[in-house]
Write a protein that binds this ligand. Structure first.
Ligand code: NAD
Length: 317
């Protein structure tokens, strides 16, 4: 019997709470990895999730799923961190900074001590600042430390625009950039419906100040608050967003996704992790796409960057 030695695609998830387990479930459904290891400070939780997921295997694509420790990161392609404290009702993502920065220093050190040679994806909030902490603690090149950034906000934006205009969300091209949080901004100047600029498609002269468009963006920006008020946490959307990113990396797709990455002069911003469209492949972030944003968008992006810069000081202190 010949057993083919196909390349193993191994992902380790650190943190098997709502977000980590939703991501694991979506990975199992889409069958894009061969091996999945669940790590959590609460080992029983990781073991329970692994068993529950494994019991669905006959209905999904074959893959290995188990609970484990940090030694599993040694030959992992991706380590995805979803561990940490969650946003309490009324708490902003930035309020979480000190709590989660401390947790991250331990997690990232443990991962690196395993001899990890892959790519980090960070989803824990505040995701931009914690991606920066991961970069500093790991010592890896910046292209291999990626935050989920505004991947979910961009998806929410495309979805709400698609509902408003009754056009398939896959044909709505739009970006949310900046902080994954209160200072994020929509790039109205580049919204397109199937290649047609929004102003022309919707016959709106001043898109940025249009009441309907303003309401759509507010619903994007405040979506997490609304969901947390109702059900305590958000996790399905980000779970799917993380799978999208995983696929872009492991399948070497060169896809454009709004991830959090280190800006070094792009958009006139330096030494800040924030969400921008970037080309992602098996090496991580290949290239940041520098949109020609207008003056008002540039000002908002600068403001978002300075808020993140202040938070970074808090995380590193
Ligand atoms: P949760 O409380 O359900 O899960 C967190 C898990 O982390 C728990 O299982 C806990 O045991 C584990 N954990 C805590 N400290 C750990 C450590 N030191 N080592 C290993 N595991 C540890 O929370 P959740 O709802 O899954 O949210 C997780 C994070 O994801 C939060 O920071 C949340 O704000 C964030 N989040 C991000 C996005 C996004 O778009 N980036 C969306 C939703 C939630």
């Amino acid at each position: 019997m010949i057993i083919s030695q196909s390349k193993s695609r191994k992902v380790v998830i650190v943190g098997t709470g709502f977000v980590g387990s939703s991501y694991a479930y979506a990975l199992l459904n889409q069958g894009i990895v061969n091996e999945l290891v669940l790590v959590d400070v609460n080992l029983d939780k990781a073991k329970g999730e692994a068993a529950d997921l494994n019991h669905g295997m006959p209905f999904a694509s074959p893959m290995k799923i188990r609970a484990g420790g940090y030694e599993e990161c040694n030959n992992a392609d991706l380590v995805v961190i979803t561990a940490g404290a969650n946003q309490a009702p009324g708490e902003s993502r930035l309020d979480l900074v000190s709590k989660n920065a401390k947790i991250f220093k331990t997690i990232v050190t443990n991962v690196m001590e395993s001899g990890f040679k892959g790519i980090f994806v960070v989803a824990t909030n505040p995701v931009d600042v914690l991606s920066h902490v991961t970069l500093e603690v790991s010592g890896l090149p910046k292209e291999r430390v990626i935050g989920s950034g505004t991947i979910l906000d961009t998806a929410r934006f495309r979805y709400l625009l698609s509902e408003h205009f009754q056009v398939d969300s896959r044909n709505v091209h739009a970006y949310i950039i900046g902080e994954h949080g209160d200072s994020e901004l929509p790039v109205w100047s580049h919204v397109q419906i199937g290649g047609v600029p929004l102003s022309r498609y919707a016959k709106i002269n001043d898109v940025e100040n249009d009441e309907d468009m303003k309401r759509i963006f507010e619903n994007v920006r405040d979506a997490a608050y609304h969901i947390i008020e109702r059900k305590g946490a958000t996790y399905y959307g980000i779970g799917l967003g993380l799978v999208r990113l995983t696929k872009a990396i492991l399948h070497n797709e060169n896809s454009i996704v709004t991830v959090s990455t280190l800006l070094e002069g792009e958009y006139g911003i330096n030494d800040v992790y924030l969400g921008v469209p970037a080309i992602v492949n098996e090496y991580g972030v290949r290239e940041i796409l520098e949109l020609q944003i207008n003056e008002s968008e540039q000002q908002k992006l600068q403001k978002s960057a300075s808020i993140l810069n202040e938070m970074k000081e808090k995380a590193f202190s």
